[in-house]
Design a binder for this molecule. Sequence first.
Ligand SMILES: CC(=O)N[C@H]1[C@@H](OP(=O)(O)OP(=O)(O)OC[C@H]2O[C@@H](n3ccc(=O)[nH]c3=O)[C@H](O)[C@@H]2O)O[C@H](CO)[C@@H](O)[C@@H]1O
Length: 343
Amino acid sequence: MLSLEQVKQSLERAGQAHVLQFWPELSGLERDAFLQDLSQLDLQRLREHCEGAARAAAAPPGSLDRHIEPVPPESIGSVRRSGSKTLTEWEHEGLLQISQNRVGVLLLAGGQGTRLGVQYPKGMYNVRLPSSKTLYQIQAERIHKIQQLADRKYGSKSTVPWYIMTSEFTLAPTEKFFKENHYFGMEPSNIVMFEQRMIPAVTFDGKVILQGKGKLAMAPDGNGGLYQALVDNKVLEDMKKRGVEYLHVYCVDNILVKMADPVFIGFCVSKGADCGAKVVEKACAAEPVGVVCRVRGVSQVVEYSEIQPETAELRGPGGGLVYSAGNICNHFFTRAFLQDVAE
Ligand SMILES: CC(=O)N[C@H]1[C@@H](OP(=O)(O)OP(=O)(O)OC[C@H]2O[C@@H](n3ccc(=O)[nH]c3=O)[C@H](O)[C@@H]2O)O[C@H](CO)[C@@H](O)[C@@H]1O
């Protein structure tokens, strides 16, 4: 732990000295705990984050749009436009990989569910189905089912491990919920929960916010915190040990999610892709979903808040939207790709 003097100096250098404004009012115990938290702050990294966010916010509207282009047709596979032979080939490839224990699923469940307005992890939400099943139970049953389908086709005894990224807010209640529900019939060792990092919440001008006189307001570092969390928690090592080469990543609030969807997995594997995104055609230009596209030649998601309405409304020769690949936060990654990103 750093001394108060050291912490003071680095806070001053980083323009964050205000966080110590209530120091004289803190008890001895509170001071120790606060100093401990402050010693662990990576102020340099925080500054880089804030500067990056400020730059993005200050960029003139439309600056992304000038460099945007659709994903090339050869990288796209469409369920709607492909014949049943092609779809069956992709499905068989996906099931084959599952039967060989080479596929895992990863749930992004570190968000706080603020928009849903619940005080507990979203996966515990009972969506009022007649069965009263929660999102977690529905997902567990889908893992059982896909294993069963692969086993039936290839005579295997497959396992699709379930990786669950949580945060400081969601780990303990999620663990408790799974335990109380007997892991929904799954082998507990095949459910790997891990925590993403927390970062300080800041104001628009990059000042760290206090939650209390001796406590920083912290928040999970976004779903892009996944890559760091995979390393911090040795998840890539776990995948390697199990022989998992492909990961299907999805978000918690998608009740229709086809976990380890064999068609999607099979398509990505047969393309030799190192990452992929499953998309749904946008219903209308203004639909508030991100679009998968290319910016300066690099494939990425451009959020609906980033794209200009004129770009979103562009239509191709057939009359369809040029940017219609709606992101539903369903991603495919090879372990090798994730390892590469991590390094
Ligand atoms: C960045 C991103 O993916 N955006 C997509 C996401 O938006 P959306 O606004 O839903 O993205 P969020 O970041 O809120 O949440 C997506 C998922 O990430 C998880 N989460 C979030 C924050 C965090 O720190 N840790 C964490 O695990 C949430 O629990 C959730 O499962 O879904 C939309 C609809 O499907 C897409 O159109 C958006 O393009």
